[in-house]
Design a binder for this molecule. Structure first.
Ligand SMILES: [Ca+2]
Ligand SMILES: [Ca+2]
Length: 381
């Protein structure tokens, strides 16, 4: 069902015409960050690289107002669910299960060696944070089901009646009902009836994926879930600090080498040529269970890879270099910051499975590769 063989000849042809500029991925990179993986150029905040070509998986283009290759005439219903109306229903003590304490401290956020300067990865700047608790894993489908069962919450993808699905995940029957793709990233299909419980639309289910990360959740949905658990979304600073796991100026949560001894994979990303050849060498074609792969030194799993993770902060690409304490990002904005990259990220096309990497989506956006985890304040018992 979920294999690359589902791609029709037509689609592959379309994509090959669209996708240019991919290059071979190296199996690993130097332990020296300066000699570590090189990217093939900078990208703009909307994912466009040199010559205007997309240089990401295109998921930052998956906003509700995204330009589609065939204009939609269906207006989306507004989700009337107000996250403020979601009542905290769990005992905080129980909701703290599965969390670890991230110690207070100082770190350097961002980098002076940005791979994508237009994303606002730099400059490196000092940040001081209070300690907090963080979910060790991405929120799973089973955990989200508990929330929906208890609250009858309706996600925004359900209200809109569609979500963005990566074409390779769909069966031929599912692809037949789709007639709109994202102009800037044609491997993303606006798929009727796709939502967290039916991630590829019709005839899809979570039978073998209850322990995988929940997807097709908007920022508003994520906020509502965390609130119900008595938690909140992490700020971008908290997320990045936690991702680094106490290491300074390293690319990944575990260090600078992408893979371990013998080429052992450290996270779930894309091997092969994006977007048409997914070898699944790391063991997973699409999402992986949230407890897979090694934890970083703080005990956190899959901070990079598997699914992108929403943060609380509004998107902004200009950062001051003075010391900030518990920064919360810009006061206003439109898009929200997401961190960590996803199973669709490949070095040649979306080298964003790094702690300082960042991207953005609108608050009502949802997609196959976007999830979240929650944090909580230490002083809230
Ligand atoms: Ca993979
Ligand atoms: Ca992740």
């Amino acid at each position: 069902m979920f294999s690359r063989e589902v791609c029709s000849l037509f689609l592959v042809t379309l994509l090959l015409l669209t996708v240019t500029g991919t290059k071979e991925e190296e199996g690993s990179c130097s332990a020296d960050r300066a000699k570590a993986e090189e990217s093939d150029g900078s990208c703009s905040a909307d994912g466009a690289g040199k010559d205007g070509k997309s240089c990401g998986c295109g998921s930052n283009a998956l906003n509700r107002d995204a330009k589609l290759d065939k204009k939609t005439t269906k207006s989306a219903a507004k989700n009337e669910d107000d996250s403020d109306a979601v009542v905290e229903s769990e005992e905080p003590e129980d909701s703290r299960k599965g969390m670890v304490e991230i110690p207070a401290g100082k770190f350097r956020m961002g980098t002076d060696e940005p791979q994508f300067p237009a994303d606002g990865e730099g400059p490196s700047r000092p940040v001081e944070l209070d300690g907090f608790l963080m979910d060790t894993m991405e929120v799973s489908n089973a955990q989200f089901k508990d929330f929906v069962d208890a609250t009858d919450y309706i996600t925004e993808a359900e209200s809109f009646g569609n979500s963005f699905v990566f074409f390779g995940m769909m069966t031929e029957a599912q692809m037949e009902v789709v007639n709109e793709s994202v102009a800037a990233a044609p491997w993303w299909y606006k798929t009727p009836n796709a939502y967290w419980r039916e991630p590829e639309g019709i005839d899809s289910n979570l039978d073998d994926r209850w322990d995988h990360p929940v997807t097709h959740v908007s920022w508003n949905d994520a906020v509502a879930y965390c609130k119900w658990r008595g938690k909140r979304l992490p700020t971008e600073a908290e997320w990045e600090y936690a991702c680094r796991g106490g290491l300074e100026n390293h690319l990944f949560p575990w260090g600078n080498k992408l893979t371990g001894k013998g080429g052992v994979h450290k996270t779930n990303i894309w091997q092969g040529e994006f977007p048409t050849n997914n070898t699944g060498e790391d063991g997973w074609m699409w999402t992986a269970p949230v407890d897979m792969f090694e934890a970083n030194k703080y005990g956190l799993k899959q901070m990079t890879g598997n699914v992108w993770e929403w943060t609380a902060d509004y998107w902004n690409t200009h950062h001051k270099q003075d010391l900030k304490k518990n920064p919360k990002g810009p006061k206003k904005g439109t898009d929200k910051v997401k961190k960590g990259g996803s199973f669709l990220c490949h070095k040649s096309y979306c080298y964003r499975y790094r702690c300082e990497a960042r991207s953005q989506n609108g608050v009502d956006s949802a997609a196959s590769n976007l999830g979240f985890r929650c944090v909580a304040d230490l002083n809230k018992n």
